[in-house]
Design a protein around this ligand. Structure first.
Ligand code: SF4
Length: 392
């Protein structure tokens, strides 16, 4: 976001934005006066704001100007659908109603409130950032980009959304919906995973942000992308931007934009995990904080090695990860799960404890009815529920 430091420079450069609009209406750009360009840009922005005024989604975080609540909602909305976020948003704010309450909480409590939403790194960053804001910024979320960007979890999108929505400052908040809308509106045909394309979109949005209306405009772009300019079957026939839209006016099907290189998924990984019972308790261990799903509890296990059977892998992993010997009783359940760059199948085995002492402070024996008090990843939570219901 180097260019955001020179935001005024970009805001004054209206050629980038109007160029596309005039081309779509077969008017030669060089024949337009600066005033004409300005007026066209104004009409587009007004159309979007007017549409938003009458069609904005009724969402809980739209009813507040509290930067803390807006920050929480924006973090939750990254990678998670709106409908899923709403109950989490209410529960989270009920438990942590202010930055100070969040900052004085422990990671286990925060992860527990996040349980099931995935991408747990977001929760860890929230807690880390809240502690810094409470200690160094008098519990107030900074309104300067340069300061905000130094906080854990504050990437360009989070900075842009908090600054624009909560503080009404002219910073772009560019999520997938906005990228799609901009790509089509301005017929941006280059690969959106490229940095140069991202910069073009960013500049385009910055150029459009109307003075003193950054908050409404940011949310308007997000809502238009989510409910009108959808990835499949965009509603061009009711779109307020139809007459300005280059993809609509110049392409047989606007849906082909944005263009994106397909991700190559890495190999599938098989993991063996043990549900080790010892009288009326079961063994769980906590994942290290610096790995994926860090800080969450799980039934211990690890990757199967080449030419190794799954049950042998389970026994070996239990010995090496938590220091105990266990005997496999029977296979319990296998669950497949996709992450962004790879997929796994976790094979759970019912095991009985044989010998050995736990070699980690992060592993412990818990009663079955205590499982619910711990934060698990989605897959392990599913297994914990099955154990509670009498499985294994
Ligand atoms: S006209 Fe269609 S493609 Fe263009 S912005 Fe509107 S919904 Fe998207």
């Amino acid at each position: 976001m180097r260019q955001l430091k020179n935001i005024d420079k970009y805001r004054s450069n209206i050629n980038i934005i109007v160029c596309g609009l005039f081309q779509s209406r077969q008017i030669k750009l060089q024949k337009l006066t600066a005033d004409q360009k300005k007026r066209l840009k104004k009409r587009l922005v007004q159309s979007i704001l007017s549409w938003y005024k009458h069609n904005k989604r009724d969402l809980p975080w739209r009813k507040t100007h509290d930067p803390y609540k807006i920050w929480i909602s924006e973090i939750m909305l990254q990678q998670t659908r709106v409908e899923q976020v709403i109950p989490y948003y209410y529960r989270f704010l009920d438990k942590f109603p202010s930055i100070n309450v969040l900052a004085s909480s422990n990671l286990d409590d925060v992860l527990k409130m996040w349980e099931g939403m995935g991408y747990y790194r977001r929760a860890r960053y929230l807690l880390e950032a809240a502690k810094i804001i409470a200690e160094r910024h008098k519990s107030k979320i900074p309104s300067k980009y340069e300061i905000l960007a130094t906080l854990p979890g504050f990437g360009p999108y989070t900075c842009g959304s908090v600054l624009s929505i909560a503080y009404n400052l002219p910073y772009p908040a560019i999520d997938g919906n906005v990228i799609r809308l901009m790509s089509r509106l301005f017929k941006i045909e280059s690969d959106i995973t490229r940095i140069a394309t991202k910069r073009t979109i960013e500049k385009t949005v910055v150029n459009l942000i109307p003075a003193n209306k950054a908050s409404a405009f940011s949310q308007a772009l997000m809502d238009m992308g989510a409910s009108v300019c959808k990835s499949v079957r965009p509603k061009c026939n009711i779109c307020c931007c139809q007459k300005f839209c280059r993809a609509y006016n110049e392409m047989p099907n606007p849906e082909i934009l944005p263009k994106k290189t397909k991700k190559i998924r890495n190999a599938h990984v098989h993991i063996a995990a043990g549900i080790v019972r010892n009288r009326n308790t079961v063994l769980i261990s906590k994942r290290p904080e610096n790995v994926i799903l860090g800080g969450l509890w799980e039934f211990p296990g690890g990757k199967k090695e080449r030419n190794e059977s799954l049950d042998a892998a389970c026994v070996r992993e239990l010995k090496s990860k938590v220091g105990i010997s266990a005997k496999i009783i029977k296979p319990f359940i296998s669950i497949k799960h996709h992450y962004s760059h790879y997929s796994v199948t976790i094979h759970f085995f019912c095991c009985s404890y044989l010998s050995g002492r736990l070699n980690k402070s992060t592993a412990k024996w818990v009663k079955i009815d205590e499982l619910e008090m711990h934060a698990f990843s989605k897959v392990h939570k599913q297994v914990a529920m099955k154990i509670r219901d009498g499985g294994c």
